[in-house]
Design a protein around this ligand. Sequence first.
Ligand SMILES: Cc1cc2nc3c(=O)[nH]c(=O)nc-3n(C[C@H](O)[C@H](O)[C@H](O)COP(=O)(O)OP(=O)(O)OC[C@H]3O[C@@H](n4cnc5c(N)ncnc54)[C@H](O)[C@@H]3O)c2cc1C
Ligand SMILES: NC(=O)c1ccc[n+]([C@@H]2O[C@H](COP(=O)([O-])OP(=O)(O)OC[C@H]3O[C@@H](n4cnc5c(N)ncnc54)[C@H](O)[C@@H]3O)[C@@H](O)[C@H]2O)c1
Length: 467
Amino acid sequence: MTRIVIMGGGPAGYESALVAAQHGADVTVVEAAAMGGACVLYDCVPSKTFIASAGARSNFRNADELGIRTNNTEAAVDLPRVHGRVKGLALAQSADIRARLQREGVRLVTGHAEFCDNQPGLAQHRLAVRTADGTEEVLSADVVLVATGATPRILPGAEPDGERILTWRQIYELRELPEHLTVIGSGVTGAEFASAYTEMGVKVTLVSSRDRVMPHEDADAAAVLEDVFAERGTTVAKHARAERVERTADGVVVHLQDGRKIEASHALMTVGSVPNTSDIGLKRVGVETGPGGFIPVDRVSRTSVPGIYAAGDCTGVMMLASVAAMQGRIAMWHALGEGVSPIKLKTVAANVFTHPEIATVGITQQAIDSGEVPARTIMLPLATNPRAKMEGLRRGFVKLFCRPATGVVVGGVVVAPTASELILPIALAVQNQLTVEHLATTFSVYPSLSGSITEAGRQLMRHDDLD
Ligand SMILES: Cc1cc2nc3c(=O)[nH]c(=O)nc-3n(C[C@H](O)[C@H](O)[C@H](O)COP(=O)(O)OP(=O)(O)OC[C@H]3O[C@@H](n4cnc5c(N)ncnc54)[C@H](O)[C@@H]3O)c2cc1C
Ligand SMILES: NC(=O)c1ccc[n+]([C@@H]2O[C@H](COP(=O)([O-])OP(=O)(O)OC[C@H]3O[C@@H](n4cnc5c(N)ncnc54)[C@H](O)[C@@H]3O)[C@@H](O)[C@H]2O)c1
């Protein structure tokens, strides 16, 4: 029986454990904190739960336009309840995952795992597990999966204190909403929290080191978000790189590299993550890390050392829960000799949970504009969609990209309140190489936002006819 040890119980770790157990392996997961990993306890799940509460408050704000008057002009936020719900849901999900793994016969060990091979190049590997009470156990494995995730990056001079200078993992301890929150770093994490706190009624300043928010996302989508921020009084400080954050008697001062200063009550640091790879004995087994400390892997999650695989945020490959899980599953299928296809990143659907949401799949607009990928494109504003009019939605759009000759769908972008749900038909088309004609001839409900996706298919088809 193949002995598999998995370091880390996040999506990469627990999903791979389920696959390995299903295929009859002897599986142990070593997790330093709790099952579900940072994803469930501190990052993805808590943030999306918090955002759900923020969205509920915003629904009140928009009701007036639809002719529904509420008693309170301002919907009040019961923050302890919001935070209690966030933490409760995270713990419950962690417990569910733990129970499922135990049902499948996976051995769970709580502790910090580290390679302890005597030399590199051994056929089997050994891991020393240090538990919280100081005991140590050594595990032997034919296959090891490193799935140790990542941790918030700390900017020197802006060390979080848990009170005024915060990482996104500390915000759920606040007893009151910040008066004025400065969010430092405008990647996806920064944009999501800037949007959520704006919806909670907090004055927000978002510090972006570039000329726009979310430099790696679709530019048209980011522009929509900037419009919403402007309308709701959220300031975006552009070309603004934070040098340090000073704690004052009643707040913080963010010092920018160009000499500007931003005063606020709290600072939320969202300047990226660093992989948890520095203290797990990688050198001892001959695994070299790449730039930023990430572990280089191939498309079936192999490291350069036989028998050692890596998956998830510690590899730096599209840092998403869905990708982490797929990398982990693929590693196990490969290690256990099952037929496996290498991971296809061009088919990954992703969503930014701002208001409105921004969902993407496949080829990007940037790749098309730069000439890297030939494609025909269409962008339909939601303002022309009948359902959007009924709902009072003025912002947002559907973009669809297809191959010039065949009409095969290669990508798309949806900006809408429920973009995370609406992207699926486009993802299905990209994954299965469906054409714009397939979309065009599919019935969508009338009236529906998804009608804009089938309409985009029809408009690209018309272009096709003219070719
Ligand atoms: C604020 C935020 C929101 C996000 N929202 C989304 C989202 O909406 N959708 C999405 O797809 N992705 C989202 N992500 C990304 C997602 O959380 C990560 O991609 C995902 O957590 C990666 O899973 P993982 O298994 O690699 O690592 P993690 O979830 O980080 O789990 C790794 C685990 O390994 C453990 N560990 C570390 N070292 C050791 C060791 N030596 N021994 C034992 N255990 C160890 C850690 O305790 C941790 O529990 C978000 C990220 C952030 C920061
Ligand atoms: N909804 C989701 O799926 C979701 C949500 C959050 C994060 N994630 C994933 O997690 C990963 C990390 O995203 P992220 O946003 O946490 O990190 P990131 O590294 O993508 O963004 C951090 C941003 O901070 C900026 N920055 C760094 N130092 C700065 C400074 N001193 N002053 C001002 N700005 C500074 C960087 O230029 C960058 O734009 C991404 O792959 C993302 O997709 C996904």
